[in-house]
Structures are given as C-alpha cells and as structure tokens.
Design a protein around this ligand. Sequence first.
Ligand code: PLP
Length: 456
Amino acid sequence: MNKITNHLPTAELQALDAAHHMHPFTAGAALAKKGARVMTQGKGVWLTDSEGHKIIDGMAGLWCVNIGYGRSELGVVAARQMEELAYYNTFFQTTHVPAIALAAKLAELAPGDLNHVFFAGSGSEANDTNIRLVRRYWQIKEQPQKRIIIARKNGYHGSTMGGGSLGGMTYIHAHGGKIDGIEHIGQPHWWAEGGEMTPEAFGLMRAQELEAKILELGVENVAAFIGEPIQGAGGVIVPPSTYWPEIQRIVDKYGILLIADEVITGFGRTGNWFGSQTFGIKPHIMTIAKGLSSGYAPIGGSIVCDEIAKTVGEAGDFNHGYTYSGHPVAAAVALENLRILEEEKIIDHVRDVAHPYLAERWNALTDHPMVGEAKLVGLMGSIALTPDKATRAKFAGEEGKVGFRCRERCFANDLIMRHVGDRMIIAPPLVITPAEIDVLMERAWKSLDECYAGLK
Ligand code: PLP
C-alpha cells in the first residue's frame, strides 16, 4: 500500500476512509457514496482541506478549539513531557507533576469550594464518573437508595452508556438502550415548546418540573440533577432568565446534588471561565473537557466540591478510574492551554468581541425571511429557521431537512456551521477577530439566501 499522507489524491483518501474508518454519528454507507471532507491543516479560526479550500470554522471543531488552531507552544510542551515522563498513572498512591499542577490550577479557577479534580479522558467519561461519584456519596451518607439522577430531554452528556443515558436524546437511547436510575424532565426550549407563554413564565414552569419529579420519585430516592448551563448539542438553547434561579432554589430546598455539565460552556465560551458563573449557578460538581485542552489532547474531568471529595475520600477507596486519568502529556497540554487563555486575556476578548460586535450582526439575522429567533451568549449562538416567525412554525415535512440543506450550503461556502434540526449553531474559536466575524457573517447570509432560494 502507498504511504498514506496529505499528498494522496482526495478521492483515494476518501475511499480508504470509507473502507476502514467507522465514524461517530455517521452512516458508514453514506461515506462510500460521498466521501468525507479531509481536513489537513488549521491556523487560528481557519481550516484547510485536502482540496486547498480555506474554511472558517464556526464550530471550533466540536466546540473545543478555544484558543484556535496551530498554537505550536502546546506541541512543544507535549514533546517535552513525552520525553520526560510519557506516562504514569494516578492509581494506588502515585502521582506526577502535570496532574498535580493541573488539579491545583483548576481548583484556583473554579468558583466556590470546587477544589478537587477527578480526571478522565473525555466529557463522556467524566459524566460516567459523576454517576458513580454521586451514588457513592449518598451510600456513604447511609442513604444508598438515593441513586436517581434527573436530567433533561434533549440534553447531551456524551455517548458512553452512562453519558448517553444522562443525555435526553432518544435517538441515542434507541441504539443500545439506557442504564437504569436516570429520569428526564422537559427542557427550557421556549422557541419550540413555549406556546403562548412568555419565555419567563415558561422557564419557571420547566424548572418546576424538577420539583414535581423529585416529589413523584420521592426525595429519598433522588441523588442529583444534571444540566448544561446552555444546552449545546441540543441546539444552543439559552434558557429563559427565570430558569436557573428556580432550579437552584429547588436543589437547595431538597438537598440534592447539582451537576453543571460545563463541557461546552467551560473555559471562556460564555464570557466567563465557566457557564455557571454566567448564570449564577452553584454546582457541587462541574463536568469539564473540550476547552480544557482546547482539543489539543483528550482530557476531561469532574471538579468536585469539598464536601463530596472529603466524604468520599475518607470512606476508603473509590473504586473507579481510567488508565488515562490525569495523563501527564494531556495534563501538561491542558496547563499550557490554560496559561494561554489566561495570559492572553482570551476570556476578556470573548466579552469584547461578542457584545456588541457579534451580537449586533448575529441578531440582525432575524431580518432574514427564514430566521426566527437569534440567540447569543459569549461566543455560542443559534438561530431558528422557520417558515413563519410570528407563529414559530415548523417547516412541513421531516424536521431538520431545511437545517441540513442550510448546513450543506455553509459547507459549500467554506463555513462550518452545524445544524440541530432546523436550528443553525455557531461556537467559533474564542480568538476570532472582528474581521473574521465579518467573513463568518457574510458566508452565513450567503448560505441562508441560497438555502431559502432552494425552498421556493
Ligand atoms: N457533555 C456535554 C455538554 C457535551 O457537549 C459533550 C460533547 O459534546 C459531552 C459531555 C461529551 O464529551 P466527549 O465527547 O468528550 O465525551
């Protein structure tokens, strides 16, 4: 076989890819018909593909490349760490400097008394940790029946069996089932489900479903509630302002644990270090991944409050962990990423560039005949496509068909924007400049126009 490099013709790479590579969330057979786009390089907010197209990445990969592509400092740190200590584990009373330093740094950055980190290789693994951790906590507290975790429909918490079960996406449950002890309540998605209610009244109502669910299940059986500060994969659903304060009131009243899944909203995405700070949420555990290393190395984790860490730590071994928990190379890369985020004041930049610059332009998309609401928090945004703004109607036929077409037009116009049903979403690298925002918006308008013209 020829050596497989960037220099092979695209069609050859695509054929090999379709023949041997099983992709996540993709129909394998479709790849044989239409090859995957082969990405070859990244710099800042820009990707280059094997055909030489310069693509603006409106999704920061999978919402993860917060510092942008091509920061060679991270490669230098990774190489140095591989030479010095490529691997050691953190089981059985051993540790190493990168894991120590990263845990200490995260304790410094995280709000409140979130001072302890359990490392994982990804967001899904971290949420699996959370399931075991909260159940173990209540077992030690002599309430072993407190096992149920309440989550939300259309939430996303990963695709391991645990993470996928916490998530409320039924199409994931349909492939392989769902573990027991997870219950779902409605999501605060006013545009799609709010009917005649005001967003504020609807947000309150959806939060109060948590109270109703706790009472239905019995508080003695409920361990925790988990939610993303802003639902990401569900379509960048920004909850009404009434939602999180009411959730907080309810978890406080019933004494259940609150897990904020910050896998997308962490590390600057919403204009603060964590989405919990943006929404005034006080979680007992935060799930982290993605922006922790800006996607340069696979690493995730759970940042845990003093009470849970102390309780679990004093009760003997916690029978849980991954070979790569706190992997030294990934930890060193994450630390360097945090240094860049902090020293280059990238989170201040998010606030500066998001409001009013991007917000004005993003909100102006509602002038487009096919765009209903536009939402933006920090550098995380969505628009709802609709045939009738006044009634917030859905398109006739299969949901997502128009969104998919719009995504295809974006792709053809060298803009990566994702669709979730008939919502289009963005989450660009946090280093995007005003001039790059102009390019993104210009390509977004063009793609929307082309998609709209195709509907007639
Ligand atoms: N939690 C949230 C909120 C996510 O958005 C994701 C991934 O998109 C995950 C968890 C899962 O993370 P990973 O894909 O690293 O397992």
